[in-house]
Design a protein around this ligand. Structure first.
Ligand SMILES: Nc1ncnc2c1ncn2[C@@H]1O[C@H](COP(=O)(O)OP(=O)(O)OP(=O)(O)O)[C@@H](O)[C@H]1O
Length: 242
């Protein structure tokens, strides 16, 4: 695996085509390493499909997916340098927080003392010191998302995909999670793609924005330029200008 610093693209999608019964999605983009990228667009515009293609849950009918310069064709999701956090259901409900994080280090859960210390440290970094023994269902929505983030942290994958990770959170908690994500990104130097329906997430967290409309990436801009755009109705709508 190339190191993130040695390649010009964290993700490159070239002529990627995904055909469903009623619609065809086409993706072309090059995402430089080290950014936080907001992925936005109306419901059904293709955000989740884009993530599924990158993470390997959806095999495109055509085109090439490269991550950090390597072709991902025929690489299973677990073999890709990617961590994914979904809106919900990231945790095993019958296991405690520490065990859920431990899965990120070793899916067979054979953890050394050093590994267990890493788990405790990751929980601490997401503000959950002392929560290791709590079963997932006893945690709040925000706490569960933090555990999922801690698991992603111990994996140290260079690419983190977040599918509306703050969807279930109240505004105060969203702000806290944004700060946490920014800090962790600064520490890890990773690339983060984050699906969001909230212009605030774009303005306050993202370096750049991928905007989708009807299965196409119709804008890929630095955030300053994106929020100044007036030329595309769907973007105006997203930014609350209608
Ligand atoms: N497995 C599938 N089979 C058929 N059509 C699909 C499938 N998955 C997605 N689609 C279609 O592809 C399009 C894009 O869907 P996708 O879930 O990627 O959009 P999205 O932007 O993530 O939407 P949302 O914000 O509502 O989650 C939609 O028209 C959807 O109906």
């Amino acid at each position: 695996m190339n190191s993130p610093a040695s390649v010009s693209a964290a993700v490159s999608l070239k002529d990627v085509e995904v055909r469903f019964e009623t619609t065809t999605l086409m993706f072309d983009c090059v995402i430089p390493p080290g950014q936080i990228v907001a992925v936005a667009g109306a419901s059904g515009s293709g955000k989740s499909t884009l993530f599924n293609v990158i993470a390997g849950f959806e095999e495109p009918g055509q085109g090439a997916v490269h991550i950090l310069g390597e072709d991902m064709a025929a690489r299973l999701p677990a073999e890709r340098p990617v961590s994914v956090i979904f809106q919900e259901h990231n945790l095993f409900v019958h296991l405690d927080a520490a065990t859920n994080v431990g899965f990120g280090i070793n899916p067979a859960l054979r953890l050394s003392a050093v590994d267990r210390a890493k788990v405790a440290d990751a929980l601490k970094r997401v503000g959950l010191d002392g929560f290791g023994g709590r079963l997932a269902p006893t945690l709040s929505g925000g706490e569960r998302q933090r555990v999922a983030l801690a698991r992603a942290l111990v994996r140290h994958r260079p690419l983190l995909l977040l599918d509306e990770p703050f969807a279930a959170l109240d505004p105060g908690m969203r702000a806290e999670m944004r700060e946490l994500l920014r800090d962790l990104h600064d520490e890890e130097g990773n690339t983060i793609l984050m699906i969001t329906h909230h212009p605030d997430d774009v303005r306050l967290l993202a370096d750049s924005v991928l905007f989708l409309d009807r299965g196409r990436i119709i804008a890929h801009d630095p955030v300053d330029r994106f929020v100044e755009r007036r030329d595309i109705t769907a973007i105006n709508r997203f930014l609350g200008r209608e």
